[in-house]
Design a protein around this ligand. Structure first.
Ligand SMILES: [Zn+2]
Length: 311
């Protein structure tokens, strides 16, 4: 029986969107002096007194190189490219220098974007950002309220001769705050547990003809009865396992149905529909398995009764 129990491995099929490519370009920061309370969103582009250098996003490789070359002056924890690729630089446990006056208690995320309010943030980039935030927020027991724009945390101004320009405006008006916050508050697609089938049952219970003879030795008959009792016991255990798996399927189906009722993007809804279909199919399989198990128990009990009635 323990063999059967150990054979029941629950497959956790993680249906979440696959993570974007993650690279590292490690840079050492200084030791944290305060717990992490804010996550600051940046865009790589920003204003410059020189109009030619103003609001230029740069490339992932170029920005990574820039942070590497200037690491004692300016640094960041993560950079996310337009295609969703992520570069990790300063470890989260260390301070990076990305926002005046708020470095000690914050994590900084740069998005490759002009930051001018016109350059739209690519869907793949926002998906990667949300995936990263879904992982960061619970780790530091934060909510979407911990998300801050660089612009709101830095009030300094650039003096460009006749003109003064707000020095930090990122991530800019094109950043989809509402979408990001909404998706972070919506429940993620549930993790589905699909139990595997049980090992094949033993062949049907057959009473050897000689056992039917009243002259057959009582002791031998008792051995057969004991074997049948063991079969019955094993199949009652199998019944419990299948019932436990059925309730897992019921719970997951309920989670999936609730998640499906919550608005979400097309991919997520399609994934949930697919999950529901898988769960329905698994339920049908488990029900068939249960019927087979009950039949074996029934046969074993009938055979036991028969053997006991021979005198
Ligand atoms: Zn910034």
């Amino acid at each position: 029986m323990s063999k059967i129990l150990t054979a029941i491995v629950i497959i956790i099929a993680n249906l979440a969107t696959p993570a974007a490519a993650l690279q590292t370009a490690p840079i050492a920061g200084s030791a944290r002096t305060a717990p992490i309370q804010q996550i600051v969103i940046h865009a790589t582009g920003g204003p410059d007194c020189n109009a030619k250098r103003s609001f230029r996003s740069g490339t992932l490789a170029g920005i990574t190189q820039y942070f590497t070359d200037n690491q004692h002056r300016i640094s960041i924890h993560y950079i996310i490219d337009r295609n969703g690729d992520v570069v990790r630089m300063v470890p989260e446990q260390q301070i990076a220098h990305h926002v005046r006056g708020h470095n000690a208690n914050s994590i900084g995320i740069e998005l490759i974007n002009d930051g001018d309010g016109h350059d739209q943030f690519a869907a793949a980039q926002i998906t990667a950002l949300i995936a990263l935030l879904r992982e960061l927020l619970p780790r530091y027991q934060l909510t979407a309220a911990a998300l801050k724009s660089h612009a709101e945390l830095d009030d300094s101004w650039l003096d460009c001769g006749k003109q003064r320009i707000k020095r930090k405006q990122d991530p800019g008006a094109a950043f989809p705050w509402q979408q990001v916050k909404q998706e972070l508050t919506a429940p993620a697609a549930p993790v589905i547990t699909i139990p595997p089938p049980l090992p094949a049952p033993p062949p049907p219970v057959v009473i050897p003809p000689e056992l039917k003879s009243p002259l057959f030795a009582v002791r031998q008959r008792q051995q057969h009865i004991n074997a049948l009792v063991a079969v019955d016991r094993e199949f009652r255990q199998r019944e419990r396992v299948v019932n436990a798996n059925l309730s897992l399927v019921f719970n997951d189906r309920q989670d999936a149905a609730i998640a499906l009722a919550t608005p979400g993007d097309e991919d997520r809804q399609a994934q949930l529909q697919e999950t529901l279909a898988q769960l329905n199919q698994r339920e049908a399989e488990l029900r068939r398995e249960l019927l087979g198990i009950l039949q074996v128990q029934e046969n074993a009990k009938a055979a036991i009764r028969h053997l006991r009635n021979i005198h």
